[in-house]
Design a protein around this ligand. Structure first.
Ligand code: MN
Length: 131
């Protein structure tokens, strides 16, 4: 057994997120396992850019009220306790609602190139408001 707390909380970079997002890495893929996991906290109005995961992604909402949206679909509300699975290659985004925080645990697996995510363009205000 090993208990560590080596990584400082990081701000979600502006290239990949809109608004204030704090990312705590739980584990990064390494030579033992391709599993990546992070605790991600979105302040009201904050969200990811559009993106996709080569091996899919599981989200477990731990707090608050948020949104998830797949390309071509409507924005859907998510709440603490919800589990969301996005298929490999499915373009989507996730984030908080306008007036609530939302936190989730994100779990995903690296592909043969070590990639867990492919980032695309930012989510516009019009797309964010497409409820
Ligand atoms: Mn995702």
């Amino acid at each position: 057994m090993k208990i560590t707390n080596p990584l400082a909380s990081g701000m979600g970079p502006a290239d990949y997120f809109t608004g204030v997002v704090v990312v705590d890495s739980v584990r990064n893929p390494d030579e033992f396992s391709g599993i990546g996991c992070a605790h991600v906290r979105f302040t009201p109005g904050a969200r990811t850019a559009w993106h996709k995961h080569p091996k899919g992604q599981t989200l477990y909402v731990t707090d608050g009220i948020g949104y998830v949206c797949q390309r071509g679909g409507m924005v859907r509300e998510i709440r603490a306790g919800d589990v969301i699975f996005t298929d490999p290659g499915e373009e989507h985004w996730h984030g908080a609602t306008r007036d609530h925080f939302m936190s989730h645990i994100a779990m995903h697996e690296a592909d043969a190139d070590g990639k867990t995510v492919v980032w695309l363009e930012h989510v516009t205000d019009a797309e964010y408001g497409n409820i």
